[in-house]
Ligand binder design. Sequence first.
Ligand SMILES: Nc1nc2c(c(=O)[nH]1)N[C@H]1C(S)=C(S)[C@@H](COP(=O)(O)OP(=O)(O)OC[C@H]3O[C@@H](n4cnc5c(=O)[nH]c(N)nc54)[C@H](O)[C@@H]3O)O[C@H]1N2
Ligand SMILES: Nc1nc2c(c(=O)[nH]1)N[C@H]1C(S)=C(S)[C@@H](COP(=O)(O)OP(=O)(O)OC[C@H]3O[C@@H](n4cnc5c(=O)[nH]c(N)nc54)[C@H](O)[C@@H]3O)O[C@H]1N2
Ligand code: SF4
Ligand SMILES: [Mo]
Length: 766
Amino acid sequence: MARANLTITRRSLLKTALAGGGGLALLGRSLRDAAAAGIEKAGLPTAWFYRGPIQTTYNYCDMCPWRCGIVVQSVNGKVQKIDGNPADPKSRGKLCARGQGGVSFMYDPDRLRAPMIRTGARGEGKFKEVTWAEALDYTAEKLKAVAAAYGPESVAVFGHTSGDFWFTDYFAQAWGTPNAAKPSSSLCTSPREEAAQLTYGLAVGGHEPVDWEGIQCLTLIGSHIGEDSRNTVMQDFSAAWGRGAKVIVVDPRFSSVAAKADYWLPIKPGADTALLLAWIHVLIAEERYDKEYVAQWTEGFDALAAHVAEFTPEWAAAITDLPAELIHTTALVMADALPRSAIMPGRHTTWYGNDSQRMRAIYMINALLGAYGREGGIYFSKAPYIEAYPHPPFAVAGSSGGCSAEPGQESAELPLGPSGKARADGARTKFLRGATALQELIEPMITGKPYPIKALIVYGVNLLHTVPNVPSTLEALQQLDFVLAVDVLPQEHIAWADVVFPEATALERYDELWAVAHKTPYIAMREPAVEPLYDTKPAWWMVRELGMRVGLDKFFKWETAEEYLDARLMSIGSSLEKLRAGNGVLIQKGKPYLADFGDKSPFHTATGKIQFYSEELALAGLDPMPVYEPVAEPPAGYFRLLYGRHAVHTFAKTQNTPMLHDLYPENELWLNAGRAAAEGIADGEYVMLENQDGVQHGPIKVKATERIRPDAVFMVHGFGQEAPGLTNAYGKGASDAKLITRYALDPISGGAGMRVNFVRIVRRPA
Ligand SMILES: Nc1nc2c(c(=O)[nH]1)N[C@H]1C(S)=C(S)[C@@H](COP(=O)(O)OP(=O)(O)OC[C@H]3O[C@@H](n4cnc5c(=O)[nH]c(N)nc54)[C@H](O)[C@@H]3O)O[C@H]1N2
Ligand SMILES: Nc1nc2c(c(=O)[nH]1)N[C@H]1C(S)=C(S)[C@@H](COP(=O)(O)OP(=O)(O)OC[C@H]3O[C@@H](n4cnc5c(=O)[nH]c(N)nc54)[C@H](O)[C@@H]3O)O[C@H]1N2
Ligand code: SF4
Ligand SMILES: [Mo]
């Protein structure tokens, strides 16, 4: 009963605010008022929870793409506190520091407040505030003009953050452009996803399916749990570590998790495939693999055994700069725990360009360990069952790389996508597989080849911090006929937009359901805790208003987000009301283990087996089994530029958030202490950096440390913001993105490896 009174709908929120709710709520209020008055009389400050009725709403955290379920508490129309939703499989009642910063993010005084149309030159940052009707009419007119002259495919849509579904999936597919892309694909997960499809025929999916409860040996290739502070992963890792699971960490840097490891392998950057091949060699040569599992579930074992015969630990030692004995020992430590032993699939896996092959080698080790579908190994995740909103067929099928709006939808015949994505008729071009590669859409904006891209919609993508080679992105922005930016903050790229739509943050809006492939598949909801601040609107409203203006009315028969969400939930016998009553989360049953499949194979490859040897790669003229390809060495006097995360920041989006800015206001350049001493650079000194293409950037504070190899430097991504509107973040630290002018393309996934840049240290004049 108390629950029901605390849980609100938007309508009941307004009613409660006006009428004070029902009798019980009134009684609750008078008791609370009396208590509050008593506290005040005692001279104590009145805390927020005494100031009015507490409204509880359900949401999922938008402070990073992991999206933990949250419970939001508001009083008198102000959000006061966010907690992890105890019913949610990701948060389990807890949040990370960034999640706690969600309230501070929402109340950031620097937020975009009204729709704007550009008045100055692109990049100048001069705008006039306009009404929504003006901004929408103007945008619709521009998009229609571009489509009339060049076709609907000449509009590209980039999207990330949790509202991206509305623009990158729903709008792009209804409008009819295959050129919709997400950085979370070709700048993040595409190698691991495409390698997983090639090797065992399944997606890794959003939630990496490590079967944490029973794992006895966990191996991490780069994955820096701790800096990568995803809430659930940190909880799971701590529990596994606490009960004594062995941990092997391969990282050129002594990361937080390396400090917890039984074995730290400070590998030479870029040499991981050599290490993985040597591990495979040891497991096979010493017959330390799961023979029964390999016989039943894999194909191409003999070919693999022959392939790795030469790749001894001694061979790998020379390449990886690791002792052969350590390579040998760690292979045996992994094997000791099989099948409760696995290498965690990484997340950010676009490293050096040959990344899908490295991922394939990782999956082969997991298969040799018998980990897939075994307790304590890698479980099979399952997507929750729910129907899409019943709209007419879209003009194109999803290709943006995130959760496609419409699995299995027929795609219309379209010309070759500039990203090289396979044409609708199946002809292959630049990449073997993979979703549209975001960074590959920049070039057609500049050259008009293979066909022109003339307009860009940027929804929740930090264009000038996310996409490698900023100078070419700026050139593209100059060439375009029209640029629409949808964001919440005045980020750097906003100055380049023609129109800016300010969005309401996650705590102020309804959104698409968050349907998670998981050990226990589940669906979480987002509802507004309070009315949107300023003149901001949610993405679902924007695409609907825009859709109606560009002749896509038939896709927008729903009038409100509630109506859309209820229609979807109806397909599983639920509704928004029922979801609320169920603590905002709906959990379905999974099929995590081999035993759950009976006689059927869970592996969706052509043969139903894990492919050590890949026919698909051989047919495409690519290596059918992973081969170590050396990466270019840093030139004399240069370091390889490595980047990663910090526990209290997400990408380049939270540096301005007051609470998180206070915790870590600027990034540092990790520099090997020996190298620093040799070059006379002091710990704490500010230096400039210059990359291999002569781009100078900085200053950045040196952190001289033994915790990194001498051949590389490391910095946390997301700093060095040059947008003056970000008052906290402006000019603090340096940006890895500004120094990443090159990338190496993965021929399989189209992923852009960004660790192929080098920097030298330029002393600042005294
Ligand atoms: N706090 C926080 N957590 C986050 C995010 C965030 O923004 N903030 N973002 C989330 C997202 S989307 C992602 S993709 C993940 C990224 O997190 P991860 O997937 O863990 O990131 P990576 O970039 O793969 O790994 C960075 C680590 O790789 C090491 N490394 C660099 N080069 C090499 C190499 O050649 N070999 C090996 N073995 N290691 C190397 C670096 O020293 C660093 O410790 O984090 C997620 N979690
Ligand atoms: N140099 C370099 N590049 C990288 C990486 C790196 O480590 N270094 N990491 C790569 C990886 S792993 C990933 S996943 C991508 C991440 O790429 P992005 O998702 O582009 O990264 P963010 O910097 O978080 O940018 C999010 C943008 O959304 C805005 N935003 C925040 N909340 C909302 C909202 O509610 N609505 C709207 N409309 N906008 C919102 C923010 O202000 C910001 O502009 O970057 C990739 N690119
Ligand atoms: S990991 Fe942290 S920031 Fe990411 S969704 Fe969960 S609580 Fe939010
Ligand atoms: Mo990512």
